[in-house]
Design a binder for this molecule. Structure first.
Ligand SMILES: [Zn+2]
Length: 233
């Protein structure tokens, strides 16, 4: 505007440009770059995955029923090395149905083994379960879990995280987020390629412990992120 407060016609294109750019800078730009989880695992490349090594210990500390999740919490449960960096296992919990899908296929259940690095970085190992025969390691969680509103329980058996892993240690890797609030990004995701098996009755038992229903987040857009795979086939 000029000194008298009147709009100068020559300034109109500049003003329009301002309004065109500002919303993008404020939120549109961030939205486009969102790196959220879970995602559909498809179109991955078979090289470039960070090296993942398992070094799980035996002892789960206790089991908590949050009302939404059964959480197996670890204090001395070992952990993983990812790209040579150590991450300590903090907890295991499950989502019903699976959160990640593979080539569009959804699974009956997904376990998340949540790990923390020395600087607070998060790495999550996801294990997918399809319906078939009962799973002994899952049953050990069901048998030991407290009901809703009950105090934490001590595990009846070690609940070693290694008991959850499939025989084949191939995996998919990508950078994403927590799948529950506050959906923090910068999470290293490692989804095991070989699905485990469990029974429909076990899925129902786990769900019943947290009031029934589902507790999985919808698949989020990749927004240009690359998924890598290590011996996934
Ligand atoms: Zn989870």
């Amino acid at each position: 505007m000029n000194a008298k407060g009147r709009l100068n016609l020559r300034e109109i294109p500049v003003i329009l440009l301002f309004f065109a750019l500002v919303p993008n800078a404020a939120c549109g730009g961030e939205q486009a770059a969102a790196r959220q989880s879970p995602v559909d695992i498809a179109g991955y490349t078979e090289s470039g995955a960070p090296r993942l090594e398992f070094a799980y210990g035996c002892a789960a500390a206790h089991i908590t029923n949050t009302g939404n999740f059964i959480k197996v919490e670890y204090e001395d449960g070992g952990g993983i090395r990812l790209g040579g960096k150590a991450y300590r296992l903090i907890e295991a919990h499950t989502h019903n149905s699976s959160e990640h899908t593979v080539d569009g296929e959804r699974f009956a259940l997904e376990m998340h083994l949540v790990h923390q690095g020395e600087a607070g970085e998060i790495a999550v190992v996801g294990i997918l379960y399809r319906l078939n025969k009962a799973n002994t390691a899952i049953q050990a969680i069901i048998d030991a879990a407290p009901a809703q509103g009950e105090d934490d329980t001590e595990p009846l058996s070690p609940l070693a995280a290694s008991d959850y892993l499939p025989a084949n240690h191939g995996y998919y890797a990508y950078e994403g987020s927590l799948t529950t609030s506050p959906y923090t990004e910068g999470v290293s995701w490692l989804v095991m390629a070989e699905a485990q098996e469990m029974s429909a009755e076990q899925v129902a038992q786990l769900a019943a412990l947290t009031g029934g229903g589902t507790n999985n987040r919808a698949v989020q857009p990749l927004n240009g992120r690359q998924i890598t795979a290590y011996k996934a086939r």
